[in-house]
Design a protein around this ligand. Structure first.
Ligand code: DPM
Length: 321
C-alpha cells in the first residue's frame, strides 16, 4: 500500500436530512474502499431548498437542487457531489461528469395514507379523496387511471409533508419508496404502486456521484461505488429523458428491468390532464443502454409524444420557463 499525505476528499451535499443520509452512506462506502484516504462532507443550500412554498413544476428550472453543488466543484472547493439521481439534469455543465451510479433502492412510488383511510389502496379510495403530490408525472398518471380523485400540491421535505398529512390537509401522499425507507419511514408505506399504476421518475432510487471530468484521481475513487446493473438501467432512462426534454418538468415515467442479460426499458409521456398517454417498450443489450433510451424516445415521438410535449412547453413558457 502506498502511503499518501493527500488532503481530504471533500464531498458536497445539500443539507436536507435525506441528502445527508445519502451523502453519509457514500462517505462510509468510499472510506471502506479507500482506507488510506480521508473523506469530509461539505454542506450547502441550493436554490430548491430556499423555495419550499412554490410548486416544483412552476419553478421548472432544471438543476434547482444541484447548481450550487456543481459551482463549488468547478471552483475547486469540493471534489465530488452526491445527488438523488432523479434530481440531476440529464445534461451536465461542461467540465463535470457522472462518475458513478450506486445500487438502486426500490425505484417505485408509494401511497402513504392518513390513518383514517387505513386498509385502503389507490384503487379503493372514494371520489374526492385528496392526494398530495407536486409531481406532474404522478399527477398525470393517477388522473389517467383515477379521474375521480382530487389532487393538491404539496412541497417541503419528507417530515413536513408527513406532518401535513397527519394534520389532515391531505388524505394521502404519493412519495418515493426510496426516500421514505432511507429516512426510516418505511412503515408509513400503505401500498407500493405497481408499474400499471405509476411508472417511476428517471433515476429514482439511485444516487448519482458527480465530479470533475479531468479529475482522474477522484474518478477512480468513486468508480468503486458503481453498480453496473443500476448504471445500465439509469443510463437508458436518462438518454430517454434527454431526447424528450424541453426545459420544464414534464410528465415522463419509466420502468427498467434486466433479465437474461437483456435490458427492457418502458417509457411513458402523458398529457397534464392524464387523458392522453403514450407508452411503449424496447429491449436490447445493456452495453448500448443509451442508444436504447434514445430509440425508445423517438418511437414515442412517432406515437404522439411530440404533440403532448409541445403543448406542455407552450403552456409553461408564459410562466417564465
Ligand atoms: C423530482 C421529482 C420529485 C423530486 C418529480 C417526480 C418529487 C416531487 C414531489 C425530479 N425530484 O418524481 O416526478 O413529489 O413534489 C425527490 C425525492 C427523492 C429524490 C422525494 C420523492 C427521494 C427518492 C429518490 C424530489 N428527489 O420523490 O418522494 O432517491 O429517488
Amino acid at each position: 500500500m502506498i502511503a499518501t499525505s493527500s488532503r481530504p476528499v471533500r464531498i458536497g451535499s445539500r443539507k436536507s436530512q435525506l441528502a445527508l443520509v445519502q451523502t453519509e452512506w457514500v462517505q462510509a462506502q468510499l472510506q471502506a474502499h479507500h482506507r488510506d484516504r480521508a473523506f469530509e462532507v461539505v454542506t450547502m443550500t441550493t436554490q430548491g431548498d430556499n423555495i419550499l412554498d412554490v410548486a416544483l413544476a412552476k419553478i421548472g428550472d432544471k438543476g434547482l437542487f444541484t447548481k450550487e453543488l456543481e459551482l463549488s466543484m468547478l471552483r475547486g472547493e469540493t471534489d465530488l457531489a452526491v445527488h438523488s439521481l432523479k434530481d440531476l439534469p440529464t445534461k451536465l455543465p461542461d467540465g463535470l461528469v457522472l462518475g458513478a451510479i450506486t445500487q438502486r433502492e426500490d425505484p417505485a412510488d408509494a401511497l402513504v395514507l392518513s390513518a383514517k383511510w387505513s386498509g385502503h389502496t389507490i384503487e379503493t379510495l372514494p371520489p374526492g379523496t385528496v392526494i398530495g403530490t407536486s409531481s406532474l408525472r404522478r399527477l398525470a398518471q393517477l388522473r389517467h387511471s383515477y379521474p375521480h380523485l382530487t389532487f393538491k400540491d404539496v412541497r417541503g421535505n419528507l417530515n413536513t409533508r408527513l406532518a401535513k398529512l397527519d394534520a389532515g390537509e391531505y388524505d394521502a401522499l404519493i412519495l418515493a419508496v426510496a426516500g421514505l425507507r432511507r429516512l426510516g419511514f418505511g412503515d408509513r408505506i400503505s401500498q407500493v404502486l405497481p408499474a400499471t399504476v405509476s411508472l417511476y421518475a428517471v433515476g429514482q432510487g439511485a444516487l448519482g456521484i458527480e465530479c470533475r471530468a479531468e479529475d482522474a484521481d477522484i474518478l477512480a475513487l468513486v468508480k468503486t461505488l458503481e453498480h453496473p446493473e443500476t448504471a445500465a438501467r439509469c443510463l437508458a432512462e436518462r438518454a430517454f429523458l434527454r431526447q424528450l426534454e424541453g426545459g420544464c418538468q414534464v410528465p415522463i415515467g419509466v420502468h427498467t428491468v434486466i433479465e437474461n442479460g437483456q435490458l427492457t426499458l418502458t417509457g411513458l409521456v402523458a398529457s397534464l390532464d392524464g387523458r392522453r398517454l403514450v407508452k411503449d417498450s424496447l429491449t436490447g443489450d445493456p452495453a448500448t443502454a443509451e442508444d436504447l433510451g434514445m430509440h425508445l424516445a423517438l418511437k414515442l415521438r412517432k406515437q404522439g409524444a411530440s404533440e403532448i410535449l409541445e403543448e406542455i412547453f407552450a403552456t409553461a413558457r408564459p410562466e417564465g420557463n
